[in-house]
Design a protein around this ligand. Sequence first.
Ligand SMILES: Nc1ncnc2c1ncn2[C@@H]1O[C@H](COP(=O)(O)OP(=O)(O)OP(=O)(O)O)[C@@H](O)[C@H]1O
Ligand SMILES: [Mg+2]
Length: 226
Amino acid sequence: MLEVKDVVKSFKTGDHTIKPVNGVSFSVEQGTFAAILGKSGSGKSTLLSLLGALDKATSGDVLVDGVNISQLPDSKLTAYRRDDIGFVFQQYNLIPNLSAKENVMLPMEFAGVSRAERSARAVELLSQVELAEETHDRKANKLSGGQQQRVSIARALANRPKLILADEPTGNLDDETGELIIELLRSLCQEKNTTILVVTHDQALARKTNRRFRLARGKITEITQG
Ligand SMILES: Nc1ncnc2c1ncn2[C@@H]1O[C@H](COP(=O)(O)OP(=O)(O)OP(=O)(O)O)[C@@H](O)[C@H]1O
Ligand SMILES: [Mg+2]
């Protein structure tokens, strides 16, 4: 269960302060596939980074299975990010001079998985996102945008996280590949009880989720129709 309670994030820019997240509260049961919609600049990426403990909220609480991550010491946060969260960044954030496969292996290395197991799982994950085998050893900075996006999804799944936070995971994919990724995410929710929050403008993706939320003017509301 993910519970978000009155979370605020403010940024100071020059002499004024903006609050893209200004009192966001919602909760989702474990195993939910949820979408967050909203205009460009409405604070979607900011909210995801707070849920993934990549940034600290100005105020409010984020509880994951009852544990308040807003109050965890840094050492515990590192473990939370490594073991419990899979993050798909809007700009992928792959390590440019590592290969596709090495990027997927990296989080498993941090988690202490043996080299043989890391290698086998990386190959399995890359084939699940249908990255052609001849591309596995290509450096990330030599991959196309859509290929990088798929590597970043495979990397997010590496440590079998219980919560996946994905920022526009189909944003750079053709319809067919996008559909493949949507089905992959859906099956993780259904079969592994993974909770998935996707930020998306992709209607095909939003339609496949269990719940849809809209972020506007710093607040989140659930979309109950359409
Ligand atoms: N580190 C920061 N410092 C100052 N302002 C920031 C920072 N990060 C984000 N913002 C501002 O907060 C607002 C929300 O940004 P955010 O990236 O969360 O939007 P978004 O909904 O993800 O947009 P998009 O759909 O274009 O990705 C924007 O006005 C942005 O300029
Ligand atoms: Mg964004």
